[in-house]
Design a protein around this ligand. Structure first.
Ligand SMILES: Cc1ncc(COP(=O)(O)O)c(C=O)c1O
Ligand SMILES: C[C@@H](O)[C@H](N)C(=O)O
Length: 385
């Protein structure tokens, strides 16, 4: 058996994503006394309790525990789609389009209409009207039957008034509205808009537990009873019917019942701090740092993502590209060190401008040892985010 890699022990310097948050001691303690029923038979109390609690917070009739946000999104979208040919309209950066391995094409056999928002940040109703495919009998088209929005999207808060306008239009045009709420807790923490108000707007919301909330895994998909019942069918079909999920749900409920708002607001303050630092050094940002993400505009800055990652290694912070992700476990010292990495990578770009032909890449394949000059030993492989 090959030698095992070093165990991951802390996310305090990990800016790659808020998915790296690790379970708290309270969560581990809670897991010890979690229920142990078979959740496929709907007999696990802690699973049921969490599903009902999150549904209640969102003002929806029912919730369904899914082992991942990807599963939660894909079965929700599949469930909204009834009669092909049909299409889903979403932002060109939407996770359901860019990072769920063509699930929409394979599970839902849906066409996707990815839209570049005219304001550069979020789709307005005018953007949607310009790109949607009406159900008007034209046999060339695949009518838009679901609009999938993300809130937050790349850390950007979707303005409530725009969501309300979009919802009214969707109702007039028989289009369902899904929210990829991987970071909806961040939107709530930043705006003060209660989760219930988003529940009134969206027909379904995938509410992640495993990002800024810090649970080990999973999402709760919320919607009306009939919808969630059918989603449960698709969840089983996709292999997501898990057995003793009580431990995971109990750990997540520690976060849901905890002081997540303050924790997320701290991470947003850190992101705002880094964004201010970038602006004060003329380092361009790709989008407004409303919540926990700072997206460096590597292409405009002509910064090489690999150099940025290597500078991160030099200052003992983990990066994987232009997105710098804050979360509640990031230390203040790491925040200061990531600024050093960013400014040095930016200064390097001033002397060595980098032009990538391809999309800006962000994923790293694996951690890498570095030499005394902070250069990675062995190539850092980066993939698109
Ligand atoms: C916006 C967004 N939606 C959905 C997901 C999918 O969540 P998971 O990784 O649990 O499948 C992610 C990533 O984790 C994400 O960033
Ligand atoms: C990349 C994506 O799948 C993941 N959800 C992240 O934000 O890190």
């Amino acid at each position: 058996m090959s030698e095992l890699p070093e165990a991951y022990t802390s996310a305090s310097n990990d800016f790659r994503s808020d998915t790296f948050t690790t379970p708290s001691p309270e969560m581990m303690q809670a897991a010890m006394t979690a229920s142990i029923g078979d959740a496929v038979y709907n007999e696990d109390i802690d699973t049921i309790a969490l599903e009902q609690r999150v549904a209640q917070l969102a003002g929806k009739e029912a919730g369904l525990f899914c082992v991942s946000g990807t599963l939660s999104n894909q079965i929700a979208l599949r469930c909204h789609l009834m009669q092909p040919p049909y299409s889903i309209l979403c932002d060109y950066r939407a996770h359901v389009y860019t990072h769920e391995a063509a699930g929409l094409a394979i599970l839902s056999q849906a066409m996707v209409v990815p839209v570049i928002p005219s304001n550069g940040n979020y789709m307005t109703l005018e953007d949607i009207k310009r790109h949607y495919i009406p159900e008007d009998g034209d046999i060339h088209g695949a009518p838009t039957k679901v609009l999938s929005l993300e809130n937050t999207l790349h850390g950007i808060v979707y303005p409530l008034e725009e969501l309300v306008r979009i919802k009214a239009w969707c109702m007039e045009n028989d289009i369902k509205l899904h929210c990829d709420g991987a970071r909806i807790w961040n939107a709530v923490a930043e705006t003060g808009v209660p989760l219930k108000q988003f529940g009134e707007i969206f027909d379904s919301i995938s509410i992640c537990l495993s990002k800024s909330l810090g649970a080990p895994m999973g999402s709760i998909l919320v919607g009306n009873f009939k919808f969630i019942k059918k989603c449960n069918h698709f969840r089983k079909q996709q292999g997501g019917g898990v057995r003793q999920s009580g431990m995971m749900c109990r750990m997540a409920s520690v976060a849901v019942e905890g002081n997540w708002k303050e924790k997320l607001q701290r991470s947003h303050r850190m992101a705002h701090d880094l964004a201010d630092f970038c602006r004060s050094h003329n380092i361009p940002l790709e989008s407004p740092a409303d919540t926990n993400f700072v997206f460096l505009d590597l292409q405009k800055a002509k910064m090489n993502p690999d150099i940025l990652v290597k500078k991160g290694l030099k200052y003992q912070v983990k990066l994987m590209g232009g997105r710098v992700s804050m979360h509640y476990q990031i230390s203040e010292e790491s925040l200061e060190r990531v600024k050093l990495a960013v400014i040095e990578a930016f200064q390097h770009a001033q002397q060595n401008p980098f032009d990538t032909e391809g999309p800006t890449k962000i994923y790293r394949s694996e951690s890498t040892e570095i030499d005394i000059d902070g250069n990675a030993i062995g190539e850092i492989q980066t993939y698109k985010y």
